[in-house]
Ligand binder design. Structure first.
Ligand code: CA
Length: 243
């Protein structure tokens, strides 16, 4: 298996060296650039799997570079982890706004850095099952993109299809909204969690009677179950007082 390539953009050689040693030790392939210009040359040559981007750099700042690479079709899907000495909330927000996927505040532990790199890599490779699957009376074929309920074809939007595909491949298990964002949306980690609720609602509507298989587990998330209960709330997030 190919080692994940990590581009380190960091002007302080001692820090870059330390990061590189740890990455290599953990099975990654680190490349080091001292500034934005040399990082750009690396990106033009070979695309990395992750970019570790220092905030304070000579020449263009990390913030400017993140924005630039996010705006470029060639580099826009590469996960960017900002390295920053600042702990201020506005700076973190600015980094995320510029397109960074996450940030690590210096000084950081090797374990924390590795965990965050693995997390962004995981989020970039969402689950994509390709086998036809059936749960209860629901059938889904990812190859032909067809869904049916007891043989009757159903029409689903693309997001609802992906969501159902994931739920059907992991039935009877409860998935939190954050897990669904990771697994179904994958590369759009900054979508708000209530987006999940919106799509679950649409999915239930599209499934008609089969929508009863998608259960809300209060305070936890959602589950697809063949042992569906008859009564399914249509608006899971609204905690209506019981009359
Ligand atoms: Ca620096």
């Amino acid at each position: 298996m190919k080692k994940p390539r990590v581009l380190i953009v960091e002007d302080e050689s001692a820090i870059a060296e330390l990061i590189a040693v740890n990455l290599r030790h953990n099975g990654f392939d680190p490349i080091w650039s001292e500034d934005g210009d040399s990082a750009q040359r690396e990106l033009d040559a070979v695309l990395p799997d992750v970019i570790l981007l220092d905030w304070m750099l000579p020449g263009q700042s990390g913030l400017v570079l993140a924005r630039k690479w996010r705006g470029d079709a060639r580099t826009k899907t590469i996960p960017i982890l900002m390295l920053t000495a600042r702990g201020d909330e506005p700076d973190k927000v600015a980094g995320l706004d510029a397109g960074a996927d996450d940030y690590i505040t210096k000084p950081f532990s090797t374990q924390e850095m590795m965990a965050r790199i693995r997390a962004v890599l995981r989020r970039r490779t969402p689950d994509r099952a390709s086998e036809a699957v059936s749960v209860g009376g629901l059938n889904l074929d990812p190859v032909t993109h067809r869904v049916s309920w007891h043989g009757a074809p159903l029409k689903l939007g693309p997001t609802e299809f992906k969501l159902l595909n994931f739920l059907m491949n992991h039935p009877e298990r409860v998935h939190s909204r954050a897990q669904l964002l990771d697994k179904v949306w994958g590369d759009h980690v900054f979508i708000e969690e209530r987006t999940v609720d919106v799509h679950v609602k649409r999915l239930r509507e599209a499934l008609g009677a089969g929508g009863a298989l998608v259960e809300t587990v209060r305070g936890v998330g959602y589950r697809l179950t063949a042992q569906a209960v008859a009564q399914v709330e249509s608006q899971p997030r609204v905690a209506a007082p019981q009359a």
